[in-house]
Design a protein. Structure first.
Length: 388
């Protein structure tokens, strides 16, 4: 991605607006310059969220505007598909993450900025080895080269299939299985993501966001510098749509904590550098549903700060959940293995590979996590972005 992007929109050229929006909302496939690295009863989880929307704890404080707390709800294939924007330019993205054997991990995705199917699409591929970036590639194309279904996840770019949900499998079994393939500059990934638990979505400020695949098994092939590498591992997929400006948050922490059969999706959104906007945590169980945690039962702390790219950022984290109503208890620590900084000029994005240790308990089942490598992120916007 160049520092300025030009969109063909029927005779009009949108450069600064496109650049601003993509830089503000880019997540992980940006081609901006990198900065040097710093180094009770066991019961089945019901389908859907158990979050009591009427609970006072789920109301934002009066000084936080606009008001929108994340409420997890079931996601459908149409939610996970392409959403053509009509009234204004909007951002939409598809993000896939895999952590494999043999030390490899990948991020592959697409982001579009469009109105009435006019605009731009950016494809991206990041490959890591033992947490360190091995390659990062992007490609920008016009929406004229972007072909997608509005009924289910299916995308072609420049005539090549990028993602496709196995609809026959979904219709027969309800299982979400994606085929994901991308070739950029003679590097390629061909992967199959199969969900292990139920996905969800939620309304956020200025759009919708959620993971169709909070956890997935992944297998396939990486083709890197002429070498063919077979991989297996665990993955994740999220989708966001109808995203518009302005950006209301100062920034956020985000990640997943995964044990043998449990996954905790978590995030901490910041209103200012020191003021928390909201905490979110959703527990999923393999072959079952999900439960959203009351934010009053979530504790997230960041410690041991270092200077990275002229910014003070944390390197160790603690997530603790004490939910006596649903018998959910989480106590994990995350220690940094590596940090990959992407400087978006407007925002800062740090992707962490972290070593996770701790326990997740649901009902009478407790699972221990020991020295597991997982991925999390920290995003910050400048104070000049509207966050009132």
């Amino acid at each position: 991605m160049k520092s300025r992007l030009s969109l063909n929109t029927g005779g009009k050229t949108f450069t600064w607006l496109t650049t601003l929006t993509l830089l503000l909302l880019q997540y992980n496939v940006s081609a901006a310059a990198d900065c040097p690295h710093a180094t009770p009863q066991n019961r089945e989880i019901p389908d859907g969220s158990t979050t009591p929307s009427s609970s006072p704890i789920f109301q934002l404080k009066k000084h936080l505007t606009p008001q929108q707390l994340y409420q997890a709800q079931d996601i459908t294939p149409q939610d996970a598909a392409y959403h053509r924007s009509h009234g204004r330019f909007q951002v939409e993205w598809w993000y896939f993450e895999g952590i494999f054997d043999k030390g490899y991990s990948i991020i592959v995705g697409a982001m579009i900025f469009s109105k009435n199917h006019r605009g731009s699409c950016v494809l991206g591929l990041c490959v890591y080895y033992n947490g360190e970036p091995k390659l990062r590639l992007t490609k920008q194309v016009s929406m004229e080269e972007f072909e997608a279904s509005e009924n289910y996840p299916f995308i072609k770019v420049s005539g090549e299939q990028f993602i496709k949900l196995d609809r026959e499998r979904y219709n027969d079994t309800g299982k979400w299985v994606y085929n994901v393939s991308l070739e950029l500059d003679d590097q390629a990934v061909y992967l199959r993501f199969q969900g292990t638990t139920k996905g969800f979505k939620g309304k956020i400020l200025r759009g919708w966001y959620g993971p169709p695949l909070p956890k997935a098994t992944v297998n396939g092939t990486l083709m890197l510098d002429g070498e063919t590498i077979k991989v297996t591992g665990l993955g994740y997929h999220e989708h966001a749509w109808d995203i518009t400006l302005p950006v209301w948050e100062y920034g956020w922490y985000w990640g997943k904590t995964v044990s043998n059969s449990f996954t905790v999706f978590w995030a901490k959104m910041m209103q200012t550098r020191w003021r928390e906007q909201q905490l979110v945590a959703v527990l999923s169980k393999d072959q079952s549903g999900y439960i959203q945690i009351n934010p009053g039962n979530i504790e997230f702390k960041a410690t041991k700060y270092v200077i990275n790219c002229w910014k003070l950022i944390p390197t160790e984290f603690m997530l603790k959940i004490t939910d006596t109503v649903n018998s959910i208890y989480v106590n994990v620590t995350m220690k940094t293995i590596s940090i990959h900084h992407v400087w978006g000029k407007i925002n800062h994005y740090w992707r962490y590979h972290v070593e996770v240790n701790g326990q997740i308990t649901y009902g009478s089942s407790t699972e221990t996590i020991k020295d597991e490598v997982q991925i999390m992120e920290l995003v910050r916007f400048p104070s000049l972005i509207p966050i009132w």
